[in-house]
Every structure is written in C-alpha cells, then in structure tokens.
Design a protein. Sequence first.
Length: 503
Amino acid sequence: MKNGIALGLSACAALLAATLLAASGVDGDPFFTSVRAAVRHNPRVLTAEARLKAARERFPQSQAAFLPTIDLGASRSHNRSDWAGGHNTTEPLSMTLTMTQPIFSRKAIVGMRQSKPHIAAAEYDLQAAVQGVFLDTALVIVEVMQTREVARLAENNRNLLKHHLMATRSRYDAGEITRTDVSHAEARLATAEANLVQANNQLAVVRARFFEQTGEAAPNGLLVPEFHHALPKTSLGDLREWSLGRPELVAAKLRVAVAEEDVELRRSGHWPSLALTASGSRHRGDETAGTVDPVDQYTLNLGLTVPLYAGGSVVSQVRETLAAKEAQEAEVERLRRVIDREVEAARLDLHSAIAAEASLKVALDAANAALDGVEQEFAVGTRTALDLLDAQNAAFTAQVELAKGRFAIVTAQFRLLHAVGQLQYDFGDPNLEASQVVLPIRVPGADTEQPKMPSDDPPRGQRLDRPARVLEEEIPLQPARHGIRLIRAERLHALNAPRGKKK
C-alpha cells in the first residue's frame, strides 16, 4: 500500500517539471518561455535535480544487497629456506574463486524499503524548487509589466504637463494670467520629469532582476496567463486541505517515513544473518609437499551469524535514530503551521487586493469627475491654474494606483497558488475556449503605442487637455492559449469559472 502511494506521488511530482518544459515551446509564449528559461538555468532547480539523481541510486544499491558477490583472488609467493647443508626455494601459485549469496539479511530488507520514500522525497524537493522558481519568475514578470505601465503613465503625465506649460505661457503672454501661474506649471513639469526619470530607472532595475532570474532580456508583449480557478471564493478550509499536497510538506512527511525505516535499520543489528558461500581454488608448485601438479579444492559453506554482544552500540544507534525521527516529525508540524499561515495570509492579500482595486477604480472615477468640474470652472475663470494642476495630479495619481492595484491582484493570485502547492499549468486543453478570460485586464507593456499629444498651442481661453485615461475602463486581456489551473482530478468541480459560448 505504502509503495503504491509513494509511486503515485512520485508520478505527480514529475508532472510540473515535464509540463513546464513541454509547454514552453508552444507558440513561443513569452511568459512560459521566460519561466522555462528560469527553470532550466536556476541553481536551485539544478541542485534539486542533482540530488534526485543521487537519491535514485539508493534503489539499485539496496537491490545489490540481495544479489550474489563473486570475487577472484590470485597469489604467488617466493619462499626460501636455508640450513647448514643447503637451501630450498618454493614459488607456489594459487587462485581462488569465491561466491557469496545472502539468504537472509534484515538490513538489506529495510534498506530497500527505505530507498523508496527517500527517492520520492527528492522528487518532491525538485517539484518544490520548480514551483518556487515559477513563483519568483512570475512575480518578476508582473513587476516588469507594472513598472512599464507606471513609466508609460509617467511619460503621458510629463507630456501633458509640458503641453500645459506651453498653454500657460501663451496665456501669460496675452496677459490673462500671472507669472505665478507659469511658475506653478514649471514646478509641476519639473516634478513630472523627476517622476519619469525615477520610473525609467526603476524599470531598468526590474529588467536587470528579470535577466538575473531568467538569463534573458525582458521581452515585449508579456501577457499574464489565464487563471482557471475560483480562488477568491474558495473557503479557507478547502485551501488548507489543498495545501496538504504542497511539495515541501509531502517531502517532509516522506522523510519521517525514511527516519522510521532508519530506526528499523539500526534495530536490524540485533537480527541474525544467513549466507551461502561457495569457493574453488587451485594451488600449484608446492614442492615442499612433494607435489608439483595442480591441486584443486572446493568448499561449500552455509554460515549463520547471530550477534550476541556489541558493547551497546546498536542500542545507542537506535536511540539516536529515534531522536532524529522525533526531530523530523517536529519539522513536519512546523512546516504545516508555516503553510497554514502562508495560505491564510495569501488569501487575505487576494481579498484585500480585490477590494482595493474596486476602491481605487471608484477613486479614479471620482478624480476624473473632479477634473471635469475643475476644467469647466477653469474655462469660465472661477478656478486657478493651480487648481487645475492639482486636479490633473490627483487623476494621474489615481491612474498609477489603480494600475498597481490591478497588478497586485495578479501577484496575490500567484502567491496563493504557490501557498497551496498548485502553481502548475497545462496547455493545449481542447476544452478551453479561446474567448475565456478570467483576469480582467491586460496592461500594455512599454511597446504600446503612446497617445500623440498636440504640438500646437491651444487657442486662448480653451480648456487644457486632461490626462489620458488609459485605466478608466477595463482593458481587454488577450486570450492566452495556456492556463494556470489546478490539476487534481478529484477537485475539478472547484476549478472552472463560467465559460462563454463559442460564436
């Protein structure tokens, strides 16, 4: 029963790495191509792969304990004897072939049992490493997209304020406003220039972090994959149940099984062992015995070894392994508590991000409505240029915060999937409709075409243009052909969001 479960878990553990490598080349999707590059070259994954290879050697080593051993030995000696009347010299040659077949060995039996959970634990360690790199890469990708959007908004704001300054100077030359209004516009433009420089520098830092993570430059056209799940509506109890399959926790539980077998391995020092030994030898050239022809000798021996006294070493080793087993059980409990905390925190972060996004959207709508009123009041002369600048700055700040809030939802989804151990994806699913979209937005990258700002001064008395409201409405997400989804068959009822009908 245990062996079957261990093999099943091993097969599941290999699924993530296989799907990552297989899906990366489909259609050259930038997101999964970046994940594949990160997984392929990440030292943490390479270390886990090497340890898995080493762990898999435990099984053939344990099998070898049940197989016979064959040894061939040969010796030739030179003997000389001297006495008063002369001397004698002999050079005997002997060859011996020995085969030993273990019949019963408690250590060999326990060693083979121990190798299976040891290998399974290493497989889950590899899966945990891959999921960790997947999360790190996904967060870096989201950060690249966010900083690109913030830099784009900062550039739009700079262009708007530059246009505003040109219009303000024109009105100052016409005597409609004072020098103070021009100074305010110049100050705001200088602040916008500084914000743009800061945003571009932050983008360069994030791109460098992307290169560090994947070994490649950040591509254009990055898209967040679809999320085929209902995580925000999933109860905390269900999420904690799913987290019981998290690779780190499963590997720790398997190491408890390894520790239990280690205790039995030490206790096997009290058990007898039985082995059959057969040997054949040939001796030649023993002149002292009066024979020069070869002498053949054959031996068959059945040996039973019963340990009677070992000075207390076996008992001490048993106590040592029992203490190590208790330590591993405590580690399992520690991991369980850490994972419970991470699941609850990730779930709360997702709910907070969703609530914050709704509030930030309301804030942006209110800022735009306020900007409309200030523009109209400025046109009739009841508002100053400083009031208009303040309203434009409030709208710009609301745009930036809403962009960050929407990216925060994506980040929270990735973190929650990782917390429950389900940061996996499949691809090429014929049941997924191309129009099905779960994420509400696609935030344009740096390669998005920028809106053109008017180059000529507006007529005197005309109201100034408002900031580009790129986040005022939902931005459609380009459907991706790959999807992040929960893969456990027994939980498919909780996975699928409502799907639209094909046209």
